[in-house]
Structure formats: C-alpha cells, structure tokens
Design a protein around this ligand. Structure first.
Ligand SMILES: Cc1ncc(COP(=O)(O)O)c(C=O)c1O
Length: 405
C-alpha cells in the first residue's frame, strides 16, 4: 500500500503552496490564505475520483470511522457487527462512540461471512461494518441485502482499499458512509489523514461539524459559528491535505503500476501446485495492493513462513494469524477489555464476550493465508527474483511435507 514510495516534486509543490501563505489550518483566515484551500480541493477531488457525493476529510482513518459513526447516530448500547480480521482501529472507533463491537467470522474472501452476520443480528444491532481488507472487497450484494432486510446501517471501513471497486462502484461509496485512511502506508497518503464519504447531506453536515468541535461553518467568521451539537477535533491540516492533493492526481499511475506488478508476481505464484488464492467477490475491482494466497494446511503455512524467515525473504509477506494488529487471536487487550479509563460495566462485559466466542471458522481460513504486499518501486527483474525465491521455498516445504506423509 505504497503511495509514499513515489514521493516527488508534485507533493513538494503542493506543500510549498501552503508554506508560502503560512496558513496551515483548513478553516478561516480567508484573506491571508490567498485562495489556497488544499483540504477543500482534496475533498472535491475525492468526490470526483471515487464517485461520492460528499467527502469530509479528517485527521486519520480511525477518526474518520468515529466521525462517520457519530454522524450516523451510532452510540450507547448499539451493536456493530464487524469482522474478526481487521485492524484494531475498527473496534477502537466502535468503542469510542460507546457502542459494542460484535466480531464475527470471515470466510475465504478474508472479509465478513454474510451467514455469520445474519446469525449475529439481535434487536440491538444498529450497523454492519464490513472491512475491505488488503485492497479488496467484501461481498457487498449480500451485505446490502442483509442491511436492507434488517433495516441496519451499512458503514464501510475501506481504509485499506483505496482504488478498489465492487461492480463498478468505489469501495467506501456503497454504504450509508465509508472511510479511507491516508496514513503513511496507504495507496495514496497524506502522511496522516482520513475521509468520510457519503451521499447523504445530513451525514456530511454532521461529519463536518463533529470533526471540528461542532462548528456549523456557516459564515466566514469562525468566532461567530454556532455549535448545534458537541463535537471533537479531528481536523486535517492544510499541509497534510496538500500531500494528499498531489497523491490523488497520481492515483491512476499508482494503481496501474500496482496492477502490473501484482499480475507479474501472481503469475509466478499461481504456477505452484497447492497454492490457491483469496476469493474475490468482484475480481475486476481488486486494487491489487496485496496478493493473498492459501496453502493446504496450517502446518504447511507455518513451515513456509519459517522457511521464508530462515532465508531472509519474509519481509513483505504477512502471516496475519500470528500478527498482533490484525486478527482476533492476538487481541488480548480487547478480550480482557483493558482500557485506561473506566468503561461502563455493561459495555466492558459485552466487550469481553469476544474472548469466549468460537472463531474456528476464521482460524481455518486465516491459519492458511499469507498476504504479499505489492511494491510500486519493484523492477521486473526484482519481481522475477522475488517470485522465484518464494516459489522455491513453497515447493521445498510442500515436497518435505508430502515426503513425511
Ligand atoms: C482496516 C483499517 N481501518 C482503519 C484504519 C485506521 O487508519 P489510520 O491509521 O489512518 O487511523 C486502518 C489503518 O491501517 C485500517 O487498516
């Protein structure tokens, strides 16, 4: 997910525009900013690029999720169904609005299993939050249908899937709201930043106010703004927005390189008997930031990971099953509900329920999965070398395991 890999004069120019005026804040200072409004420009570009009616920039993907949840009226006592494989930010945001994260199994798409979602629905369920992991999509037809039938809000965590689509629509623009992260390792970056995308004016107005202390932003005098509700400070700065503005103009270039490198490497890995790939509900919509592949058993997968490590070629290959950030197995802080400030005892108990759930269906998928991150900086030669080294490790382990049987 590497926008930063192609840092250029274009990013420097946009940042310099802001440095020249010295107005680093996105609101106010209309005179001295001399017509430079990078955050506004980036919001407009996001709407045009991804086909969203409205966009509200925030300081991070995590704050974009919290802002979207608040704007959608998600709060105390509401249950949000979300997957066991995601980044910790997804449940952090749910907890930040006082709601209950209800984690459920993923399937071989590495995203929400629609049947697991249906089973988890209770009278308290308010929203379903698919997480489009590793550059690709959840089964949106199934999830849209479930949300319609049960009158639930669909909020997309598309933080990892900038540039991916489902049946022609950008991920993050299909639900009531969707978010991207523009942190340093995403397909396009602001260094730090995020966005809430929505087609609802109401959600936009609430996101706009919530992310800036509840300001109504109706006049040019910030001091005279009214505060129709209590908000928070999740503002992006003009400097961060300037970086994003350069990067969004280069997104087609990033995506086409990403797809080219992905295709070349996948072609090598696909020739190894025993390797299969993540199921993509719409293969044409993959952003190609990762190749996620499966081996026949957990034992073989662990042996491949160990051999990649021994041969010093593990870097860029992620075994999420053992990863501290992305999979329920290692989230002891969530399962024990360890927080710095006291949670309401009822919420604490609900959070701790995650510890006693059966995630064997997720384990069966995740224990066999390795995701290989795609770099934009690779040359064809480097991809060939990387692919061949990976292939030789996988074949070696597979033949050793077959010999054991
Ligand atoms: C799935 C997912 N959601 C949310 C976030 C949070 O984004 P940020 O790092 O911008 O807060 C991330 C970041 O990696 C993510 O991967």
């Amino acid at each position: 997910m590497p926008g930063y890999e192609l840092w250029s004069d274009k990013e420097r120019k946009e940042v310099n525009d802001v440095l020249e005026t010295g107005i680093l804040m996105r609101y106010g200072f209309d005179g001295p900013r001399k017509g430079i409004w990078k955050a506004k420009e980036l919001e407009q570009a996001i709407c045009e690029t991804f086909g969203s009616k409205y966009a509200q920039l925030t300081s991070s993907g995590t704050s974009a999720l919290t802002t979207a949840m608040s704007a959608l009226g998600i709060g105390y006592g509401d249950e949000i169904i979300t997957p066991s494989f995601t980044f910790v930010a997804s449940f952090e945001a749910i907890l930040s609005v006082g709601a209950v994260p209800v984690l459920v199994d993923v399937d071989d798409s590495l995203t929400l299993n629609p049947q697991a979602v249906i089973k988890a629905i209770t009278p308290k369920t308010k929203a379903v939050m698919p997480v489009h992991m590793c550059g690709s999509m959840a089964d949106m037809d199934a999830l849209v249908a479930i949300c319609r039938e049960h009158k639930l809000i669909l909020l997309e965590d598309a933080c990892q899937s900038i540039g991916a689509t489902y049946k022609g629509k950008s991920l993050g623009t299909i639900g009531a709201a969707g978010t991207f992260s523009f942190d340093f390792v995403k397909t396009m970056t602001c260094a730090e930043g995020g966005v809430v995308m929505t087609n609802s004016e109401d959600v936009l107005v609430k996101s706009d106010g919530y992310s800036d202390h509840g300001h109504d932003h109706k006049g040019a005098d910030r001091g005279a703004d009214l505060h129709p509700f209590i908000g928070y400070n999740y503002r992006i700065s003009e400097l961060h927005a300037a970086v994003g503005l350069a990067q969004i103009k280069r997104l087609p270039e990033f995506l086409s390189l990403q797809k080219k490198n992905h295709a070349q490497l996948k072609n090598i890995i696909a020739q190894i008997p025993g390797v299969t790939f993540r199921r993509l509900p719409d293969p044409a919509g993959d952003s190609c930031s990762f190749i996620s592949w499966f081996l026949p058993t957990a034992e073989i997968t662990k042996a491949v990971v160990a051999e990649l490590k021994a041969q010093r070629i593990l870097a860029g290959n992620f075994y999420w099953f053992d990863n501290n950030w992305h999979y329920i197995r290692k989230w002891d802080h969530l399962k024990n509900s360890v927080t710095l400030n006291a949670l309401h005892p009822e919420l604490k108990a609900r959070v701790m329920e995650q510890a006693n759930k059966d995630f064997s269906a997720s384990d069966a998928v995740m224990s066999r999965c390795i995701s290989t991150a795609i770099s934009l900086a690779w040359t064809e030669e480097q991809i060939k070398e990387k692919g061949e080294k990976m292939a030789s490790v996988i074949k070696k382990v597979l033949s050793e395991q077959t010999a054991k049987v």
